[in-house]
Unconditional design. Structure first.
Length: 616
């Protein structure tokens, strides 16, 4: 799969706090999965990168909508479409039950807008507040839904584990269609039908649709069913172009960090094209503006790192209805107002997260005896009574990255119940781990669900220590002790490839993302200048060993106990080429994914050179 090269780092903390990320890492260069150079007409650099991702033919690079998988291969999409068509033609009341993250918000907005455009006369939505009701179609949510007197409930981005909630809806005489993408459990809800590419017997070739992708496909199936029934012809209603929702599909897909297989890449690429053309809905446009991102130059990572967090902030701190209303309004002024509110909430989320991370780092230091060497815990389960329930997920993610261990972070949700969010590392399927604990330690978990890399769990407060012990022991049995954190690289760049043209080439070759990673490279450089910007971002000026060029680089969220360090004059980096936009000027910038000091002359020829800047 890859070739390891010298680049390990394991530094002691010298008695300093805040050192939990100092674990041994290994740079592994990706090896071609197909024959390099098999893509006729492609730039050699891009051909090499694509070969490392298994792309061998020009057809695999065709991201036109004509290449989308057909909706009729999605199991039960036809059954669901017929039931939805009945609701549309009979003017029945449809209630959408969503989720409180970006995927849930975009799923809800797509379902609302498309159903209304397709002719539904009574469509409403309900998103559980995570603090009062928790996740999914629970019995409590069904009771709340009954006040809206729906004929049909459509779940989006949830429902596959809502056995009790669907039973309650059935008892109340409410039909339920489940549309979801999460992994099914042993028992499925007794819904009218389930649309989920991961359910048994589904032949849909892409198992990685986000919740918004599933509901988009369901709306395509509904439109086809209404067309078959000659609904549009008989009613005189214009058949709506559902491509108008692809900006939301792209946003939800990227924000939910699902693997970008070809089908998802088609969806994301189509959404990005709409945004770049200025065709995004007012909410997406407003969120771009508050994030200071320009639509014509948007890339997939902007959706994940700039737009997604602002949308998620509503569900983390308050009520995701704010985010949904931002995405569904047709009024640009209202969208701008809501986007500013979401931006303010995201800044508050960042403040809360910073305080929680400070607490967590102290806990990690205590639990690991100030080092993460041999004998340290295989996983971490952390809890502080004052931690914010809506922020533990992102906290677990940050700590997982720093500690290179699976992490669960818990918050007190009241009534003696703790709610935790976990993040995993390659090699450990988190939901399967929880399932194993539920079977071997009955009574410890109240409920759980999730994916391979992220999961949630609820348990009674007195059960926390039992869960911590069970989780650590299960991880120890599951993970190979020899597994070391890996940073992947597409290899070294030739000196001539450090250019704006290379950066533009790679930027436009996306969308890149989970499962189809953005190209990264490695090399050793001489440090000419290093300084902090903001609180913890390291700006570097570097000298390339084989060309007289000075390169700008930035490493985000470094350990300020170790950087900047004027005693270090050479560094090994794993980096991405990026186009830096600043005051109308474009320049090449290296985005550093990993940096470690190296010995003088290590894989580098020192030369005294005339230094020149790389810019537009």
């Amino acid at each position: 799969m890859g070739r390891a090269i010298q680049s390990t780092e394991k530094r002691g903390n010298g008695g300093k706090q805040g050192n939990v990320q100092r674990v041994e890492r290994q740079i592994v260069r990706r090896e071609p999965l197909v024959q390099t150079g098999s893509l006729a007409g492609q730039h050699p650099l891009l051909s090499r990168v694509l070969a490392n991702r298994g792309i061998s033919t020009q057809s695999e690079l065709d991201l036109s909508l004509a290449g989308l998988l057909p909706p009729n291969t999605l199991k039960h999409s036809d059954v669901a479409a017929r039931r939805l068509a009945e609701a549309v033609t009979r003017n029945q009341r449809i209630l959408i039950v969503g989720d409180f993250d970006a995927d849930g918000a975009t799923s809800t907005a797509v379902a609302l807008g498309a159903l209304q455009e397709l002719g539904a006369t009574s469509v409403d939505y309900l998103v559980p507040n995570r603090f009062d009701y928790g996740y999914g179609l629970s019995r409590e949510i069904v009771e709340l839904a009954r006040s809206k007197d729906p004929d049909l409930i459509l779940t989006v981005d949830n429902g596959i584990s809502s056995v009790d909630g669907v039973a309650s809806a059935n008892a109340a005489g409410i039909d339920v269609i489940v549309s979801d993408h999460h992994l099914p459990g042993d028992v499925l809800p007794n819904a009218e039908c389930i649309v989920n590419p991961n359910q048994a017997g589904c032949s849909f070739a892409s198992k990685h649709l986000a919740g918004v992708g599933v509901v988009f496909y369901l709306m395509l199936a509904l439109r086809a069913e209404l067309r078959e029934q000659q609904y549009f012809k008989l009613s005189g209603r214009q058949e709506p172009p559902l491509t108008n929702y692809l900006d939301l599909v792209a946003l939800g897909t990227v924000a939910d960090v699902v693997p970008l297989d070809k089908n998802n890449r088609i969806l994301v690429a189509a959404g990005i094209r709409r945004i770049r053309k200025g065709l995004a809905n007012p909410g997406v446009t407003a969120l771009l503006q508050v994030a200071k991102k320009e639509a014509p130059t948007l890339v997939a990572s902007d959706l994940g790192f700039a737009i997604g967090p602002r949308l998620n902030a509503a569900g983390r701190l308050d009520d995701m209805s704010l985010g949904i209303e931002c995405l569904r309004t047709d009024d640009p002024l209202k969208a701008q107002e809501l986007a500013l509110t979401l931006d303010s909430m995201n800044r508050e989320r960042q403040r809360i997260e910073k305080e929680m991370r400070h607490d967590a780092e102290h806990l990690l230091e205590q639990m690991s005896n100030e080092t993460l060497g041999p004998g340290s815990p295989a996983a971490y389960v952390l809890f502080e009574p004052h931690w914010h329930q809506g922020v533990v997920g992102i906290l677990a993610s940050r700590l997982k990255d720093r500690a290179e261990r699976p992490v669960f972070a818990f918050a007190d949700s009241g009534d003696g119940i703790l709610k935790g969010s976990g993040r995993s590392i390659p090699g450990l399927h988190l939901r399967d781990t929880l399932d194993s604990i539920a079977k071997t330690h009955p009574g410890v978990l109240q409920r759980f669900g999730g994916h391979a890399m992220a999961a949630g769990v609820s348990l009674e407060a007195p059960r926390l220590d039992a869960f911590r012990q069970a989780f650590v022991e299960t991880v120890e049995r599951s993970l190979d002790d020899s597994v070391r954190p890996v940073v992947y690289s597409d290899g070294a760049l030739d000196a001539c490839e450090f250019s704006l043209d290379s950066a533009r080439l790679l930027r436009e070759a996306g969308p890149w993302g989970q499962g189809f990673p953005e190209p990264s490279f490695d090399g050793v450089f001489e440090i000419l200048e290093q300084r902090l910007v903001g609180e913890s971002h390291l700006k570097l000026k570097l000298l390339h060993p084989h060309n007289p060029i000075v390169l700008d680089a930035i490493a985000f969220s470094v350990d300020t106990q170790h950087w900047p360090d004027p005693s270090i004059n050479q560094v090994r980096l794993v980096f991405r080429l990026d186009v830096n936009f600043f005051r109308g000027t474009r320049s090449l910038q290296l985005l550093v994914e990993h940096l470690s000091p190296c010995r003088y002359g290590d894989s580098m020829e020192h030369r005294t050179q005339e230094r020149v800047e790389v810019s537009a």
